[in-house]
Design a protein around this ligand. Structure first.
Ligand SMILES: Cc1ncc(COP(=O)(O)O)c(C=O)c1O
Length: 387
């Protein structure tokens, strides 16, 4: 009897997911020798003290499985930081969990609370993993737009989207892609809106330490009514310029953390031991994250000063490391065609905002990332000066 090697057909769980624009634009940028201001990661290295701390941990033999929830020293460092920054004390034992980056934290929180048929509100434009995460949990995505061009939350629209089936809302401040930062008043409005409900909040705060012009990050941790229902997610990758290390954390009240950890346990189980030890000792000094606003504000200002000499209309960049511009005065192309043209013909890669919307909404706005060496930004600006 002959056997035939046959791969059974796969019925995809994620029919809408294909190659992302980030991959497309990065490949095009490499092919054309363009300056890649598309994908959001630094082109400079992290503090060598952090690398030394991780190396030391490895050399000390800290190379086996850590506790499932993260090493105690790192959970304590995170809890202390949150208390110092936002005034809320999380119990490092029962309320802080170390994750393999924010992406894993977000899908884990969604899988922990969203049941088939539950509705989950996302505010568009939104980070690209949210919608497929909700799909995988069997939830129903309810898309509510932020106000076009200003990207402020529209609470009347959010209120109108809430139903008895709403299980959770995902919020993200400082915001990718728009670079807006929610005000205390906006956070309070969310707190009031949710007060009579049992809706959970997944608060994506990966850019928490990148807020400019003397403004403060309004973490959900500052607002008791939000903190009580929130999974607060952050990422060491963003804060310490180590996006490739993929380590982050979740802070959530104990009953939420219990459910989170049930999923986490059978998803990643544990997170890289020596990196956790390195981060824990590095965090003893708060200066690296306290100095981050000044560090990135300098880059933002350098980039904006150059862009101001072009015909782009600059949108505010209140936080994160993104700068959005309106392209209307520069081109009639769609956002996506414009980004391809900009990469090929001008030699600078950007990302169209339309990819952050389910329906591809095109408002003539594209996103640059300024987490780059000053010389990289200057090279990009020299090329963009033609516009
Ligand atoms: C808004 C937002 N959330 C989450 C992430 C993912 O963070 P991590 O690399 O820690 O998984 C990113 C990274 O770009 C992001 O911009």
């Amino acid at each position: 009897m002959s056997t035939i090697a046959r791969t059974p057909p796969v019925e995809t769980k994620l029919p809408a997911v294909g190659t992302t624009i980030f991959t497309v634009m990065s490949a095009l940028a490499t092919e054309k020798g363009a300056v890649n201001l598309g994908q959001g990661f630094p082109d400079f290295d992290c503090d060598p003290r952090l690398v030394n701390a991780v190396t030391e941990a490895m050399q000390k033999g800290l190379n086996q499985y850590p506790p499932m929830t993260g090493i105690p020293q790192l959970r304590e460092a995170v809890a202390n930081k949150i208390e110092a920054m936002y005034g809320r004390k999380y119990d490092p034992v029962s309320e802080i969990t170390i994750t393999a980056g924010a992406t894993q934290a977000i899908i884990t929180a969604i899988l922990a609370i969203v049941r088939p048929g539950d509705e989950v509100i996302v505010l568009e434009p939104c980070y690209d993993s949210y919608v497929p995460n909700i799909d995988l949990a069997g939830g129903k995505v309810v898309r509510v737009p932020l106000v076009p061009h200003t990207f402020r939350p529209d609470f009347a629209k959010i209120a109108a989207a809430i139903t008895p089936r709403t299980r959770a809302i995902l919020v993200n401040s400082p915001h990718n892609p728009s670079a807006t930062v929610w005000t205390a008043d906006e956070m309070r409005q969310l707190e009031e809106l949710l007060a009579p409900t049992d809706i959970f909040v997944i608060s994506d705060e990966v850019y928490e330490h990148m807020v400019y012009d003397g403004q403060q990050h309004q973490s959900a941790a500052r607002f008791p009514g939000l903190a009580a229902r929130s999974f607060i997610v952050s990422s060491f990758g963003k804060t310490y310029h180590v996006t490739g290390w993929k380590v982050g954390y979740v802070a959530a009240p104990a009953p939420l953390s219990v459910e989170f950890r049930k999923v986490h346990q059978f998803n990643v189980f544990t997170v890289n031991t020596p990196v956790q030890h390195g981060l824990a000792s590095y965090m003893a000094d708060p200066q690296p994250y306290l100095r981050l606003p000044a560090f990135y504000q300098h880059k933002r200002d350098l980039f904006r000063a150059g862009l101001a000499r072009t015909r782009f209309e600059l949108l505010p960049s209140e936080g994160s490391y993104f700068q959005c511009v309106d392209i209307s005065k520069v081109s009639d192309l769609s956002e996506e065609e414009f980004c391809k043209w900009l990469t090929s013909e001008i030699g600078v890669a950007a990302i169209p905002l339309s990819v952050f919307y389910g329906n591809g909404f095109d408002q003539r706005v594209v996103r640059f990332c300024y987490a780059k060496k000053d010389e990289t930004l200057r090279t990009a600006l020299e090329r963009l000066a033609k516009l």
